[in-house]
Design a protein around this ligand. Structure first.
Ligand SMILES: Nc1ncnc2c1ncn2[C@@H]1O[C@H](COP(=O)(O)OP(=O)(O)O)[C@@H](O)[C@H]1O
Ligand SMILES: CC(C)(COP(=O)(O)O)[C@@H](O)C(=O)NCCC(=O)O
Ligand SMILES: [K+]
Length: 255
């Protein structure tokens, strides 16, 4: 008996299978990732031979058409598709968004996963959740489990494509992160990285000031490992924060 967790972002679908009843932080039995252009082959490829999961829960920010295509891939299992819709309160966390349902499901789930991590290690202060995927999000949770709000900014790829498309002289190879870049490649790479890390550090400072306590900063997402080394405040890279949030919601009394 197993639980299938699915995280559909704007670039890739990530999936993981757990033992029924697994808690946040558990190791998946199996996991994988596919680019969205390949999701119609999940049943025939990645999920071929997978023991039929008993339950599933997903987060999707790629739209209804993508969700339906993924549901088609699960049709051969006797499974009710369940997708997270951000609510005013989930798993003991209150959602401070003006319109709670308009918050990205991935952001809500990641904040819930980050809260579970904090509690598991006995930390009861504020938590800053950073996801570096197609876009970058930086989301603040207060010490008393209120989601205060957060930022959305372009990911590195989108920033570079915008600059390439809007200028004549910025089509250059990827560079390095440098303190004082002296060529176009390094200037672009450092600019993108500092835009992201600068936003993270500013939110960290704001949350610290508001709560009077240093936040726990957890980073996740496909490109988190690229950005983390340049972040100047204490932080941790947690690979499956969304999966941990899905496990927490699945284990909570009701969604
Ligand atoms: N091995 C990799 N495969 C795919 N994307 C990667 C990889 N390593 C880093 N990335 C970066 O991570 C981003 C995708 O991360 P992901 O968390 O899957 O995004 P999303 O949740 O928005 O689909 C891409 O924009 C890419 O720049
Ligand atoms: C901000 C996002 C595009 C991030 O998507 P991702 O980078 O994970 O593909 C997604 O969370 C989203 O569509 N959010 C809805 C708008 C909001 O959160 O306010
Ligand atoms: K994501």
């Amino acid at each position: 008996m197993s639980f299938l967790a699915i995280d559909i972002g704007n670039t890739r679908l990530k999936w993981a299978v757990y033992d029924d009843g697994a808690q946040p932080g558990a190791q998946p039995l199996q996991h994988g990732a596919v680019f969205l252009e390949n999701i119609d082959r999940l049943a025939d490829e990645d999920w071929q031979g997978l023991a039929p999961p008993r339950r599933m829960l997903g987060s999707n920010v790629a739209g209804d058409a993508v969700r339906r295509r993924v549901e088609e891939q699960m049709e051969h299992w006797d499974l009710t598709a369940r997708w997270v819709v951000p609510a005013p309160e989930t798993a003991g966390i209150r959602n401070g968004y003006d319109h709670p349902t308009r918050l990205g499901a991935d952001r809500w789930v990641a904040v819930i996963g980050a809260h579970a991590h904090a509690r598991q290690r006995g930390f009861d202060g504020p938590v800053l959740t950073v996801m570096v995927g197609t876009a970058v999000t930086v989301d603040a949770l207060s010490s008393d489990a209120q989601f205060l709000g957060g930022l959305i900014l372009p990911g590195h790829g989108i920033m570079l494509r915008a600059l390439e498309g809007g200028t004549a002289g910025l089509r250059v190879p990827t560079g390095e992160v440098r303190d004082f870049p002296t060529n176009t490649s390094d200037a672009l790479t450092t600019g993108g990285t500092f835009a992201i890390t600068g936003a993270i550090e500013r939110m960290y400072r704001l949350l610290h000031q508001r709560e009077g306590r240093a936040p726990l900063l957890l980073m996740t997402g496909g490109a988190g490992w690229k950005v983390a080394p340049a972040v100047d405040v204490p932080h941790e890279l947690v690979e499956g924060l969304i999966f941990d949030g899905l496990l927490a919601i699945n284990a909570a009394p009701r969604i």
